[in-house]
Design a protein around this ligand. Structure first.
Ligand code: ADP
Ligand code: MG
Length: 588
């Protein structure tokens, strides 16, 4: 027998209904900030100040100097489906403002303690309304400056389930910072000032120079190198900045699309971007891109998702191909020199012809037609052995250096054939093992003659601060110097790092948020990243002594055949295999 509790279908009480709906618009502090700055932008603000404390959980405040809300409309502004931006259903197909659903303020008011203070254009005094947990208090008259201040305190205090659902503070903080960075880039004519726990994190001048905004976010060097994208075709304007192939990230977080002033997350636009870069990036690397699409509002449906982050294009294929073309052209125009890629070495012609069981071991060399140059898709199992090698897989014999090719590889001869050594991967391996050996004792720091000041993007500042102790344990001497600024006074002595600033920036930029690996794993990853940055690059000519030193150091490694990231450091062409190739086998 089944026991049932009798329940009646009932209409949810209003406050519950609005809390549920609030979840759609207001998921987290960053979504509150997004709604508030969109309101400020819609109100023609020129200057927007954003403050948040305690990862936004205690306080979020957005102050703007926009048109303001008339006193007698304050009460309605905070009620559900109250908007000044839409009047007729047809307007939904021609939306030119960021807001239109009229639910942000009401939703926010239902899950926090919300205060809206505002003075409307030309009015002599303003008004103030407080909404606590969805209950509005009467509007009060107040003397305030032109514009609107929205204060959100104790978000989700009345919905503990949602509060628990929030990510770690760092993640929430990062989301707010990257949101403001995106809007500041999209609206270079507006002045943004972002404070986190009363410290300035980002400040833009509003002078209209997007590159200047990018400099505030990514540092001057990267901003200088960003490639401008401009294309207008068939009523679609594509403008923005995208990074050259040498500046990449290990995740897609720095890829931003705006459509008609609205930040959107659209997988097909991202795909168009990757395709524009096709064959130019390593697998798992992503560009930094900020792309703005301008198209007729009627060609986009923005009313797809409560948070308005998803959109639908009337003609997605046209948009897609235009974006791809715009970016591809910009990239091509900016790289007059053929890109150094490993395509020359990717598919040795002989690898395509010989059916030999040994190819089974040959990793991606074997999968010729399908693999894309520049991508590494082989099993990271170690050396690519062409032909049967007679040495234990993990070791290398004593090698005799023949020379360097393509300023990227060292050719060496061993008792069992030829070795083609990737100088960058090999050097990474050497530095990595040296590091691991030294860390057992203490890593000697070399003090720089002149301390170097490194500026780090707002998003990465926190990450660098979190890893400062680790880096200092690893032989660096870095201290905080000001907002987004760090002073490097020393580097690990054995690294002989030419550009400590560049290296540190690169290392933090690769750090992933949210992964909380064990301390040991974290340290190893940090070391691997540092070595990757410090290692000799492909393209660097090495003299004979340097080549020999490198091969010698590699021979001494415990795991000479892979770089710390698992890619092969060398390709081995065995005598046996060479003989086959030259048709000597069997003719003896
Ligand atoms: P929506 O933006 O979708 O219209 P909101 O709930 O975000 O809905 O805001 C409701 C209304 O309050 C807006 O339509 C606008 O008239 C007014 N409003 C909200 N924020 C501001 C602001 N910062 N400046 C001027 N008016 C605002
Ligand atoms: Mg709004």
């Amino acid at each position: 027998m089944v026991h049932m509790v009798a329940t009646k279908i009932s209409i949810l009480p209003d406050d519950v209904a609005s809390q549920i709906a609030a979840g759609e618009v207001v998921e987290r502090p960053a979504s509150v900030v997004k709604e508030l700055i969109e309101n400020a932008i819609d109100a023609n603000a020129k200057h927007i100040i954003i403050r948040f404390n305690d990862a936004g959980k205690k306080l979020i405040e957005v102050v703007d100097d926009g048109d303001g809300i008339p006193l007698d409309e304050l009460e309605i502004a905070v009620s559900r489906h109250a908007t000044s931006k839409l009047h007729f259903a047809d307007d939904l197909f021609n939306i030119t403002t960021l807001g239109f659903r009229g639910e942000a303020l009401a939703s926010i008011g239902s899950i926090s303690r919300l205060t809206v203070t505002s003075k409307f254009l030309g009015d002599s005094y303003g008004g103030k309304i407080i909404v606590d947990s969805g209950i509005a208090q009467p509007v009060e008259k107040v003397g305030v400056k032109q514009g609107t201040t929205v204060t959100v305190k104790n978000i989700f205090y009345n919905v503990p389930a949602r509060l628990k659902f929030l990510k770690k503070d760092n993640t929430e903080i990062r989301q707010v910072i990257s949101l403001i960075s995106r809007y500041a880039t999209a609206y270079p004519n507006l002045r943004f000032h972002l404070y986190q726990d009363n410290k300035t994190i980002l400040k833009t001048s509003g002078n209209g120079d997007t590159r200047e905004v990018l400099a505030g976010i990514y540092g001057v060097e990267i901003a200088k190198q960003m490639i401008e994208v401009v294309l207008e075709e068939r009523d679609i304007q594509v403008t923005g900045f995208t990074s050259p192939t040498g500046i990449t990230r290990s995740n897609r977080r720095e890829i931003t699309f705006f459509v008609n002033g609205r930040w959107v997350q659209d997988a097909s636009l991202a795909t168009a971007l990757y395709q524009a870069y096709r064959t130019m990036l390593m697998v798992g690397r992503y560009p930094i891109s900020f792309i703005h699409l301008g198209l007729n509002p009627e060609a986009v449906d923005v009313n797809v998702h409560p948070a308005k982050a998803e959109i639908r294009f009337k003609n997605p294929d046209l948009v897609f191909s235009t974006v791809q073309r715009a970016i591809r052209r910009a990239l091509m125009a900016s790289s007059p020199m053929p890109l150094i890629s490993n395509s020359q070495w990717q598919t040795p012609y002989y690898a395509q012809r010989i059916p030999d069981p040994a190819w089974e071991m040959a990793g991606d060399i074997r999968t010729t037609g399908s693999s894309t140059p520049g991508q590494f898709s082989g099993t990271p199992s170690g050396v690519i052995n062409i032909g049967q090698g007679s040495f234990p897989k993990s070791q290398v014999p004593i090698l005799h250096v023949v020379g360097q090719v393509g300023a990227a590889y060292i050719i060496a001869e061993g008792p069992d054939g030829l070795y083609l050594v990737d100088q960058h991967a090999a050097h990474e391996r050497i530095l990595f093992e040296r590091y691991l050996n030294q860390i057992k004792t203490q890593i000697p720091t070399q003090t720089l003659i002149e301390p170097v000041i490194v500026s780090v993007s707002p998003q990465n500042t926190k990450m660098l601060v979190d890893n400062l102790e680790n880096l200092n344990q690893l032989g660096f001497d870095i201290t905080e110097f000001g907002p987004g600024l760090f002073q490097v006074r020393g580097v690990p002595a054995f690294l002989q790092a030419g550009e400590p600033a560049e290296m540190i920036r690169a290392v933090v930029e690769d750090l992933e948020e949210d992964e909380a690996p064990l301390e040991k794993v974290l340290i190893e990853r940090l070391i691997a990243r540092i070595c990757k940055r410090a290692a000799v690059k492909a393209g660097k000519l090495l003299d004979k002594t340097e080549q020999e030193q490198m091969i010698h150091d590699l021979e001494a490694c415990a795991n000479p055949r892979t770089c710390p990231h698992g890619r092969p450091t060398m390709i081995h062409l065995s005598v046996d295999m060479l003989e086959r190739q030259f048709g000597r086998h069997g003719s003896r």
